[in-house]
Design a protein around this ligand. Structure first.
Ligand SMILES: NC(=O)c1ccc[n+]([C@@H]2O[C@H](COP(=O)([O-])OP(=O)(O)OC[C@H]3O[C@@H](n4cnc5c(N)ncnc54)[C@H](O)[C@@H]3O)[C@@H](O)[C@H]2O)c1
Length: 385
């Protein structure tokens, strides 16, 4: 198999997981890393075992050995890095959200279409074997017709006023914070599992900490506050959100998002209640899938390749009882995306784990509709198509 060269732009929290995931494939070379300065690009390249480190993403894109650009920069840089890579004919794997606004995301969908390369957005929870099993179970009608989809995505890493991230600055994170950051995952998963679009939303947003203490130096995501100098900043974006949703088939739903909820580390929960049964998945216990029934005992399916749907089986790599986790699901995604790159053609067929730029646009459009709804005091708002 011909080897494929990748380059990573942005090696903070999630960037190194892109590298780890593609390294597992065996045919991908970690060619380069670009950081926010020469020194950081070189230091991160060394740490990640990449051949070259750059201080500018443009140099990385110009590197002839880089065929695939992974965009793991803060949100405000997503569009410009992705557009530059597409203009150079490089394949692009963008971390979520695809862009800061739906209009920007639409531009990226169009640019990707013109470039004719392989593109994807890392809505990585799709890569979990039990998510794929649940999706298949729903598609085959085993729970009946989806009627109610509910859940939450809660974290606690922004609970203290000394907790700070670029995600709280609209110039870097976008007009939405918690919703764009993790609500977008929940919405993508809800649509992915049910195969149904979210068409209307009603949202209420809260900024629980209107003032925070921002460190004067840089800090990677999820790292605890140090004892360095801080400055007080006003916060305008949401750290909590409650949302009602309607799906295209008339199904209803609700979800909450928050990053100030003590004890919830990466607590993504989703349950689809159908006309016959329910199915529920919890990221923090991701090797178990719950089925709820009315007229017989509820069930818990433990992840086991021999017990799950044949379509989901390729996403489970260890026997039953051997736990698989976040990084394994992330790598499943990369396997599917690089499969198309290695084949030298767009996805044929589109693997279920792959969120396209169109899916990325949809997530941006949902978040924007929730912001509009909340801005009007909480009214039902249509999601732009
Ligand atoms: N898929 C997921 O589950 C997941 C998880 C975390 C983050 N993300 C997404 O990944 C992106 C990065 O998030 P993070 O948590 O890693 O943030 P982070 O702040 O930890 O890392 C961002 C990195 O980008 C670097 N950077 C800034 N400007 C740059 C530039 N011009 N060129 C190159 N590098 C630059 C920063 O120095 C930092 O190292 C965000 O869009 C976020 O939404 C996705």
């Amino acid at each position: 198999m011909a080897r494929i060269g990748m380059g990573l732009v942005g090696a903070g929290f999630v960037g190194p997981h892109h590298v780890d995931a593609v390294r597992r494939l065996g045919f991908v070379d970690i060619v380069a890393v670009a950081g926010s300065s020469d020194a950081s690009g070189q230091q991160k390249a060394l740490a990640l075992g990449a051949r070259r480190g750059y201080g500018s993403y443009r140099d990385l894109i110009d590197d002839p050995d880089v065929q695939v650009v992974h965009n793991a920069t803060p949100n405000h840089l997503h569009a410009e890095v992705t557009l530059a890579a597409l203009a150079s004919g490089k394949h692009v794997i963008s971390d979520k959200p695809l862009a800061c606004t739906a209009a920007e995301a639409r531009g990226l969908v169009e640019a990707a279409g013109r470039a004719g390369v392989v593109t994807a957005v890392t809505f990585n929870y799709r890569g979990n074997p039990l998510v794929q099993h649940a999706r298949q179970t729903i598609a085959e009608g085993h729970i009946g017709t989806p009627r109610f989809v509910h859940g939450h995505y809660l974290q606690d890493w922004l609970i203290h006023e000394t907790d700070y991230s670029w995600r709280l600055d609209p110039m870097q994170g976008g007009a939405s914070s918690a919703l764009g950051d993790i609500g977008s995952h929940w919405c993508d998963l809800a649509q992915h599992l049910t195969g149904l679009r979210i068409t209307e939303v009603l949202g209420e947003l809260t900024t629980s900490l209107p003032t925070r203490k921002r460190p004067r130096g840089a800090r990677d995501a999820f790292s605890a506050a140090g004892d360095g100098e801080v400055e007080e900043v006003a916060i305008t974006v949401e750290d909590l959100a409650s949302v009602l949703v309607r799906f295209e088939n008339g199904a209803k739903g609700s979800f909450s998002v928050g990053q100030v909820c003590a004890g919830h580390k990466n607590d993504l929960v989703i349950e689809v209640c159908g006309t016959a049964s329910s199915v529920g998945w919890r990221q923090e216990h991701q090797n178990e899938l719950w089925f709820g029934h009315r007229d017989r005992a509820n069930e818990i399916l433990q992840k086991d390749p021999s017990l799950i749907d044949a379509e989901a089986r390729p996403y489970a790599h260890l026997p039953g009882g051997h736990q698989e986790a976040w990084a394994d699901a992330f790598s499943n995604l990369m396997r599917d995306i690089y499969g198309a790159i290695a084949a030298g053609q767009p996805y044929r067929p589109l693997p279920p784990t792959v969120a396209t730029f169109e899916d990325g646009y949809r997530a941006n459009a949902i978040v924007e509709a929730i912001l509009d709804s909340a801005g009007q005091g909480g009214v039902w708002t249509e999601v732009a198509r």
